[in-house]
Design a binder for this molecule. Structure first.
Ligand code: SF4
Length: 253
């Protein structure tokens, strides 16, 4: 069963395609919790749920009112008709939660194949821990993957958040793949460089983007200056989080 949490037409706020008009599909469920990011949201039942900045797409127990069941690929394709998209095919961004948890689902694969047939560039935002069967589903070779592999600041155990086989496979078979790390000022002094070196060694040709950690504008801005200096020193690409800088913590824009 596929769960869609939200969709919105906006610009890509992070990574290689920052600024590109994109239609986002946010799918529900994740195999990690990333409570170290310490973002929180009050659920309708009054419970404060701690996790990442999209905790509502991770925690079904408290945010089920936002999760819609998808039973046919056409339901996903119908979303495209809800927006006045320009004639030129816009990017389709599949995010979550962890969208690749649906990678083997027939409905999901059908959706991707139709998007590709219509000329859309398909970009996944993934935590890089879920294997993709590139041989069985050729469509994934046409997709782009932003590998947002989690660092120790996520407080997830290393074995759970770093899957060298998955990283290597995605970087080897996908149309393109690049790393995208969320970095806070504090972690820069705590061995972050070694962590990034370790993770990226599994896909040495993939570009590296570092973006300031935070689910709101204030936190993102506070983490920016040191991160810019870090990127300059290490030769990494700085990636803004444009959507947060423009719209702050508002969802679905
Ligand atoms: S992997 Fe991504 S979506 Fe899942 S809990 Fe961590 S930050 Fe949130």
């Amino acid at each position: 069963m596929i769960y869609l949490v939200e969709h919105f037409y906006s610009i890509q706020g992070e990574g290689r395609y920052t600024g590109t008009p994109s239609l986002f599909f946010r799918f529900g469920t994740c195999n990690l919790k990333c409570e170290g990011f310490a973002c929180s949201e009050i659920a309708p039942d009054g419970v404060e749920v701690v996790g990442c900045d999209t905790v509502y797409a991770v925690n079904k127990e408290h945010f089920s009112h936002m999760w819609s069941k998808i039973t046919r690929s056409q339901e996903l394709l119908n979303v495209l008709d809800l927006y006045e998209l320009p004639q030129k095919s816009v990017d389709i961004v599949l995010t979550g939660g962890e969208p690749l948890l649906y990678a083997n689902d027939e409905i999901f694969v059908e959706f991707l194949e139709e998007l590709h047939a219509r000329g859309h560039r398909i970009c996944f935002e993934t935590n890089g821990t879920v294997a993709v069967d590139f041989e069985r589903f050729e469509i994934y070779k046409e997709c782009i993957f932003a590998l947002s592999v989690k660092l120790s600041n996520s407080e997830e155990p290393y074995k759970k958040r770093v899957r060298d086989d998955v990283i290597n496979s995605i970087a080897s078979y996908a149309k393109d793949a690049f790393f995208k790390f969320s970095v806070d000022a504090e972690s820069i002094d705590l061995g972050l460089e070694d962590e990034i070196f370790d993770i990226t060694s599994h896909a040495p040709n993939a570009d590296i983007f570092c973006m300031p950690l935070g689910g709101d504008k204030k936190t993102v801005e506070a983490n920016t200056p040191m991160l810019v200096e870090f990127c300059k020193a290490k030769g990494y690409n700085f990636s803004d989080r444009l959507h947060i800088r423009i719209w702050d913590a508002n969802k679905g824009v």
